[in-house]
Design a protein around this ligand. Structure first.
Ligand code: SAM
Length: 211
């Protein structure tokens, strides 16, 4: 059983949009804001969907790296890092884990972010930090997403990220996401409470324009 309701959101998004999680060539997944671990438990290979420890299916031939401020109960085959994603040294720790299993380029096929900053009680501050997180996740993706050429398929890496309403969110989408991915969708999953102001961007096909 999954550790969080969020896992069902992820499966719902996956079912609706091209089963992006369950492509056979997925080798490395980074799960940001991962605790308690529902998204890290989701199976990344349709052949192993009945496996009791689904993530182990991927770890046989790939890597899952999970990052959260909170400590996570271990999940077999998932490398958990307890750290602030926004702290400078966290990237190096993710990088080190991505480089195992012969992944010399240190690229990820899928980057997921379900990060929700803890509400500070100050609305202005909370709204600002929600965009700051999206920007940081995008910067990370720019460096670590695998491009299409390298994996010999039409589509490059996939970024799924949670966001909250923000006055500059559309600018972020237009300037950062649209030019860099073949396909960008705004998603409000049914299983996310309709009153909440959260949504997701599902960005498929990283173009790696700057490389
Ligand atoms: N996807 C998870 C699951 O399925 O179990 C649920 C994630 S929960 C909605 C959001 C998480 O983001 C929280 O566990 C929180 O600790 C984490 N978080 C918030 N700010 C963070 C940061 N700066 N760095 C790392 N994790 C952060």
């Amino acid at each position: 059983s999954y550790r969080s309701r969020s896992a069902f959101k992820l499966l719902e998004i996956n079912d609706q949009w091209d089963s992006f999680l369950t492509k056979p060539d997925v080798k490395a997944v980074v799960d940001l804001g991962a605790a308690p671990g529902g998204w890290s438990q989701v199976p990344y290979d349709p052949l192993n969907i009945d496996d009791l420890e689904p993530s182990s299916a991927l770890t046989g031939r790939g890597t899952i790296v999970a990052v959260d401020l909170l400590k996570m109960q271990p999940i077999h085959g998932v490398h958990a890092i307890q750290a602030d994603f926004l702290a400078a040294e966290t990237e190096r720790r993710i990088h080190n884990l991505l480089s195992v299993k012969g992944n010399l380029e240190c690229k990820a096929d899928i980057i997921l972010s379900d990060i929700a900053a803890n509400a500070s009680g100050n609305d202005v501050h909370d709204i600002e930090s929600s965009l700051e997180i999206c920007e940081a996740v995008f910067c990370f993706a720019r460096q670590y997403l695998r491009s299409a050429e390298r994996i010999g398929r039409r589509r490059g890496g996939v970024l799924l990220m949670k966001h909250f309403e923000h006055p500059l969110l559309q600018k972020f989408r237009v300037e950062k996401l649209l030019p860099n991915f073949h396909d960008v969708r705004y998603i409000k999953p049914d299983s996310s409470r309709s009153a909440s102001r959260e949504g997701y961007f599902l960005c498929q096909g990283w173009k790696a324009l700057e490389e």
